[in-house]
Ligand binder design. Structure first.
Ligand code: ZN
Ligand code: ZN
Length: 99
């Protein structure tokens, strides 16, 4: 997991959610608007309590809004587009609903 999110283990421990807050790695969720600005996965997107992106006030996506493909693990996002239909994350941001 440290490799996937690109942080060292010490930092990862600090990022772990407080007791009682559930975290799941499936499905992968993301705010594409955040990703366009800073291309890395945020661990809070996987927390059960997270409903959307606090920065952009947008709901998170767990699949491509164009073709419905589930997002792959963050390490495979290097290109910044859907692996199936090549819709870019910048375009997907327009499909995220305000929450
Ligand atoms: Zn965002
Ligand atoms: Zn797609």
């Amino acid at each position: 997991m440290a490799v996937v999110v690109g942080v060292d283990v010490d930092k990862l421990v600090q990022m772990l959610p407080p007791a009682g807050v559930g975290m799941k790695m499936e499905p992968i969720r993301l705010c594409t608007a955040c990703y366009v600005e800073l291309p890395c996965h945020k661990i809070e997107w996987q927390l059960n309590v997270t409903q959307g992106c606090a920065n952009h006030k947008l709901s998170l996506l767990s699949e491509c809004p164009n073709c419905g493909a589930r997002f792959k693990i963050p390490a495979l996002w290097m290109d910044g587009w859907c692996q199936r239909c090549f819709m870019t994350f910048a375009e997907m941001a327009n499909s995220q609903k305000r929450y």
